[in-house]
Design a protein around this ligand. Structure first.
Ligand SMILES: CC(C)(COP(=O)(O)OP(=O)(O)OC[C@H]1O[C@@H](n2cnc3c(N)ncnc32)[C@H](O)[C@@H]1OP(=O)(O)O)[C@@H](O)C(=O)NCCC(=O)NCCS
Length: 161
């Protein structure tokens, strides 16, 4: 598995991820029409102090999902937040996510620009919680997050770099 910078050619990957009920089950549900396009544009544009990466799976480098560390806001201050999505189906349940998170975090650490990475993980999202713990994030307890207008009960995970 490897990562490459998210690019124009990933428009369809984002549409597939954002439109899938299983992928979005803990993220407020499938994106309404048009939102995937704006998510794609934001990813392509977000090169400065943000890390949007396409996950390429073995053995044939097929795009399997997206991992990102992006700028966000929490309690009135700017933070860096981790997000990851894998396509439903064969990309899942092989430990791919933890490998992708480790690679993304290494890039962020190497930049020297970020001291901590935050993740807001749905309280019912067992797979994402396991991945966060395995990659060194610490659970700082429950919080309520607004995901594209949908309120979600989350745990607030933080990784100190
Ligand atoms: C979260 C996600 C990235 C995990 O990817 P993954 O590579 O399939 O995860 P892993 O294979 O490392 O599995 C991690 C653990 O979760 C478990 N798991 C995986 N999918 C699960 C599911 N649907 N329900 C319950 N447990 C699940 C695995 O068994 C594993 O636990 P174990 O090692 O104790 O057996 C992936 O499920 C996903 O893309 N989900 C949709 C988007 C999302 O919710 N992202 C997180 C936003 S913060």
């Amino acid at each position: 598995m490897r990562l490459r910078p998210y690019a124009e050619q990933d428009r369809r990957l984002t549409a597939e991820l954002e439109g899938d009920a299983e992928v979005m089950a803990h993220l407020g549900g499938p994106a309404p029409g048009g939102r995937a396009e704006s998510v794609h544009e934001r990813r392509v544009a977000g090169r400065e102090r943000e890390w949007y990466r396409t996950i390429l799976a073995d053995p044939d480098d097929e795009p399997a999902g997206v991992v990102a560390v992006f700028r966000s806001a929490w309690e009135g201050r700017e933070i860096h937040e981790l997000g990851i999505m894998l396509l439903a189906g064969r990309a899942r349940r092989h430990g791919l996510a933890a490998g992708a998170v480790r690679l993304a975090v290494e890039e962020v650490r190497a930049s020297g620009l970020v001291r901590e990475v935050h993740a807001f993980i749905g309280a019912e999202n067992r797979a994402a919680g396991v991945v966060a713990r395995r990659t060194g994030f610490v659970n700082h307890g429950p919080c309520d997050v607004d995901y594209e207008g949908v309120p979600i009960r989350c745990d607030h995970w933080i990784l100190e770099l």
